[in-house]
Design a protein around this ligand. Structure first.
Ligand code: IPM
Ligand code: MG
Length: 355
């Protein structure tokens, strides 16, 4: 198979985790005789430094021409601590999501048996946890009109959703539920927000088309609590942009580390694959970041290309590394021995090549 992949390493630990993701892609290429042609492009703070634009036109073009995009992470503290900054790395990510119409962000979460002790939750709560969050990614408060009054004393962010925007991601979530355990939970704040009431109405209207899927509705505050009290109750969680952002970070705690969670973002053409974590600037250049979220994003990319056997092989290699306690710093007790980012990538690569 021949595919074009655009690689956006981004900021902070982005380049380090991407290097491991690419190591795995090249092992798969070698083992199965595929050809993945890589194009590297700029996104985030690195793009601002070089072009003054967090999502330069050349990057848009490289993304449009690709079969898939692999992204590391973006973000830099020099912008976080400066509320007056005119451009921010995050704008690049948001503009990219919007321009490529990546409206559905899919964040699966599983708990690895060997990592249960890495989670702060009581272990019995983690039995049978296997859920996926369908987060709407190109609408809501992230993209609504923003204002700051002239005297700078008042600001607004507008949350807006259309039925069409809700329907297109809800359809994907229902289809996913049909292939999983036939349960869909819509998370909203319909007791307060008009947009949430529109989500509920729209999802309820779609539900009869999926008679095998049991639908339930949770307010986001309750959902945040239920994720910790009884996470095994969830199968597919469908939610709007900001709630999905918050709940997916929370859910990652169940798995033991945010460094384990991959994601895919899909729209009507190109798809993008990225870890859900940020750029972790404190770890930049130290070779201590967990590369598994990126490697598991590569697994999602392979699945997207229908390379099922290849995806399965990488998945097994990851599980094998975890079982042999090849663990990064975030997964071990303080001061305990850990493996470096590149050592973990090497281990997984070797398992793939030797299998
Ligand atoms: C994520 C991130 C982004 C988001 C940030 C970096 C803008 O937190 O992908 O979850 O909020 O969508
Ligand atoms: Mg987030």
């Amino acid at each position: 198979m021949e595919k074009k992949i655009t690689v956006l390493a981004g900021d902070g630990i982005g380049p380090e985790v991407i290097q491991e993701g690419l190591k795995i892609l090249s092992a798969i290429e070698q083992k199965f005789n595929h050809q993945f042609t890589l194009t590297h492009a700029l996104l985030g703070a690195v793009a601002i430094d070089k072009t003054e634009d967090p999502f330069p036109p050349a990057t848009l073009q490289a993304c449009q021409q690709a079969d898939a995009i692999l992204l590391g992470a973006i973000g830099d503290p020099k912008y976080d601590n400066n509320p007056d900054a005119k451009v921010r790395p995050e704008q690049g990510l948001l503009t990219m999501r919007k321009q490529l119409n990546l409206f559905a962000n899919i964040r699966p979460l599983q708990v690895y048996e060997t990592l249960k002790t890495s989670s702060p939750l009581k272990n019995h709560l983690l039995d049978k946890v296997d859920l996926v969050i369908y987060r709407e990614l190109t609408g809501g408060i992230y993209f609504g009109q923003k204002t700051l009054s002239e005297d700078k004393q008042t600001a607004t962010d507008t949350c807006s959703y259309s039925v069409l925007e809700i329907q297109r991601i809800a359809t994907l979530a229902f289809e996913a539920a049909q292939k999983r355990r036939n349960k869909l939970t819509l998370v909203d704040k319909a007791n307060v927000l008009e947009t949430s009431r529109l989500w509920r109405k729209t999802v309820a209207a779609l539900a009869p088309q999926y008679p095998t899927v049991a639908v339930d509705y949770l307010f986001v505050d309750n959902a945040a609590m239920q994720l910790l009290l009884n996470p095994a109750q969830f199968d597919v969680i469908l939610t709007e942009n900001m709630f999905g952002d918050i709940l997916s970070d929370e859910a990652s705690v169940l798995s033991g580390s945010i460094g384990l969670l991959p994601s895919s973002s899909i729209g009507n053409k190109v798809a993008l694959f990225e870890p859900i974590h940020g750029s972790y600037p404190q770890a930049k250049g130290l070779n201590i970041a967990n590369p598994l979220a990126t490697i598991l994003s590569v697994v999602m990319l392979l699945d997207y290309f229908n390379l099922t056997q290849e995806a399965q092989l990488v998945r097994h290699a990851v599980t094998s590394a975890l079982e042999r306690k090849i663990l990064s710093k975030d997964l071990v007790a303080q001061d305990a021995k850990f493996y470096t980012t590149s050592a973990i990538g090497d281990d997984i690569k070797n398992t793939i090549l030797n299998s």
